[in-house]
Design a protein around this ligand. Structure first.
Ligand SMILES: Nc1nc2c(ncn2[C@@H]2O[C@H](COP(=O)(O)OP(=O)(O)OP(=O)(O)O)[C@@H](O)[C@H]2O)c(=O)[nH]1
Ligand SMILES: [Mg+2]
Length: 397
């Protein structure tokens, strides 16, 4: 199963621009609310250092030593306050986010759109106001699902002796909530040792809020940073003290650079901190001025921020690492001689056997041992993999 990340936020904040920049899919972008109605699903990539450079190998799978590993990205319709009650486009697109493992909350850091996405003068809407409302909508949507038939379910559970965390996990299974998360939420909210019949509505909302935070963790993409008043960005950065991860970005610039790169005007890889113009003499003064402005933004921010958001979700929030399975541990290749043919994203804590299963169920079942291709050390089935490991799996198959 690949990783699914949802782009969420109020209308007109730049979700589709982010999506288009990150996937190069052709989607509609416009400066008014509710441009997107049906969700767009596309492939994007995390960026990681490929081990080929360090090992002096000629690898065909990376670009200049940078490996791009696929994840799925989902662009949904804008959310407005009270969406969980059907306002705006209502609940449907909250439902579209069910399977997402994490959320990139795109906000308009320029303050140039109001809470419903209508265009207003830049700086006139406080972007901080957009953060809590979205979280509340997702929480209330989860609460709605949890609360459905809750009395009947909880009675049945009490009668059969089924654990409360299992009832919750069953109820929210479609949202990616499992019993471990449910148990954690029960403990953290102090509901673990209280009988279900005594829970108040407020307590169930608090529980839903906790479940949201662990099952749909988020980063904040402070978008339109290219036109945002500096004080807006400072205030948003200030949220990091509250535990938020805030990444200033410009989906608009990323999209322009990717288009320029795909047309051969510039050399630029997603996540680069700068770019080079291929034939500067061919540019019009306007094009040159636009590129200079973009270059200055990249310099100030260490890139456009788009790749940072995706990497932060996968490596920071979701704790994935990259491992490279090979068949020939001496040459770091597969059977046909391809160097480092695959890069797998696995959860931190995954073992050599988990990787074997990921390569193929049969390989997992007939696992004998792993070999760390760098050190040639044998790895037992329970050996915990580290980021960047290159591993041969020996099996009876
Ligand atoms: N300056 C600037 N404008 C941007 C940026 N990202 C998006 N925009 C503009 O913001 C407007 C809305 O962009 P969309 O990508 O359609 O926004 P959305 O969030 O998908 O909107 P809905 O689908 O209506 O919810 C468009 O005019 C974009 O060109 C950015 O990084 N900088
Ligand atoms: Mg859109």
């Amino acid at each position: 199963m690949s990783i699914l990340i949802a782009l969420a936020g109020k209308p007109n904040c730049g979700k589709s621009t982010f999506f288009k920049a990150a996937t190069l899919a052709d989607v509609e972008i416009a400066n008014y609310p509710f441009t997107t109605i049906k969700p767009n699903l596309g492939v994007s990539y995390v960026r990681a250092k490929c081990p080929c450079k360090e090992l002096h190998l000629a690898c065909k799978k990376c670009v200049n030593g940078e490996r791009f590993i696929a994840v799925e990205l989902l662009d949904v319709a804008g959310l407005v306050p009270e969406a969980h009650k059907g306002k705006g486009l209502g609940n449907a697109f909250l439902d579209d986010m069910r399977q997402a493992q994490a959320i990139i909350h795109v906000i308009d850091a320029s303050g140039g759109t109001d809470i419903e996405g209508n265009v207003v003068p830049i700086g006139s809407h406080a972007p901080l106001d957009d953060i809590k409302f979205l979280e509340n909508e997702i929480t209330m949507w989860m609460y709605g699902i949890l609360n459905k038939n809750w009395i009947k379910l909880s009675r049945k559970a009490s009668a059969s002796g089924e654990k409360v965390e299992d009832v919750i996990a069953e109820q929210l299974a479609g949202l990616g909530v499992d019993a471990v998360m449910a148990k954690q939420a029960l403990l953290e909210t102090g509901l673990a040792d209280r009988h279900i019949s005594s829970w108040t509505e407020a307590e169930m909302i608090e529980l839903s809020d906790y479940l949201r935070r662990i099952s749909k963790p988020l980063v904040i993409a402070a978008n339109k940073a290219d036109i945002a008043p500096p004080e807006n960005l400072e205030k948003l950065k200030g949220l990091e003290k509250e535990g938020y991860r805030v990444i200033p970005c410009s989906a608009g610039i990323e999209l322009a650079l990717r288009n320029a790169a795909s047309h051969g005007y510039i050399d630029y890889l997603p996540g680069d901190e700068g770019f080079t113009i291929k034939n500067p003499e061919k540019l019009t003064p306007q094009q040159k001025a636009a590129l200079d402005k973009m270059a200055a933004f990249l310099k100030r921010n260490g890139g456009t921020g788009i790749q940072k958001c995706i990497n932060e979700v996968v490596f920071g929030l979701l704790n994935y690492i990259v491992v490279y399975p090979v068949e020939d541990e001496g040459k770091f290749t597969d059977k046909s001689g391809n160097v480092l043919p695959d890069a797998f994203l696995v959860k931190k804590g995954s073992t050599a056997r988990d990787l074997a299963y990921k390569v193929h169920t049969q390989i997992g079942e007939s696992f004998l041992f792993g070999v760390n291709a760098r050190t040639k050390m044998r790895l037992g089935e329970k050996h915990e993999l580290q980021n960047n490991d290159i591993v041969k799996i020996a099996s009876t198959r």
